[in-house]
Write a protein that binds this ligand. Structure first.
Ligand SMILES: [Zn+2]
Ligand SMILES: [Zn+2]
Length: 136
């Protein structure tokens, strides 16, 4: 599978040991860039990896986030979701179908207050509303 290879290459590039769990979690995120939750990833991988635990999934996702391979988004205020796209972009969540759409945004242009002297670790833009499909 191409994504398994890509996942392994990405781990190598970041100097991370490629364990089976890391490769599969990353390959899943590369194949489904739809902002899955840790639980969705767990449920999807379980049939392939019967000894998998949720703790392992959480630890793996933390590690990938720390290595700046994935980003966490918390748009629905409940569960963290994981994003394989790490360049700054906005998220729009549809109130009806709950789908999360990516949109590009120039966050430097959005800066309204002067943050000189602040160390910014994360920049998020979350929009909510109704997507075109649900308006039909
Ligand atoms: Zn919708
Ligand atoms: Zn995204």
């Amino acid at each position: 599978m191409v994504t398994l290879k890509a996942a392994r290459a990405l781990l190598d590039e970041k100097g991370l040991r490629s364990s089976a769990t890391r490769i599969h979690v990353l390959a899943y995120l590369l194949s489904y860039p739809s902002h899955p939750t840790a639980d969705e990833i767990y449920q999807a991988l379980l049939p392939k990896m019967l000894t998998l635990s949720k703790t392992t999934i959480y630890n793996t996702l933390d590690l990938l986030t720390e290595a700046n391979i994935t980003r966490q988004i918390t748009i629905d205020g409940k569960e963290a979701r994981f994003d394989i796209i790490i360049v700054d972009h906005g998220h729009f969540q549809c109130n009806t179908c709950k789908h999360i759409y990516d949109f590009s945004v120039d966050l430097d242009e959005c800066m309204v207050a002067d943050l000189t002297g602040f160390k910014v670790a994360q920049r998020n833009i979350y929009f909510k509303g109704i997507c075109p499909n649900c308006q039909k």
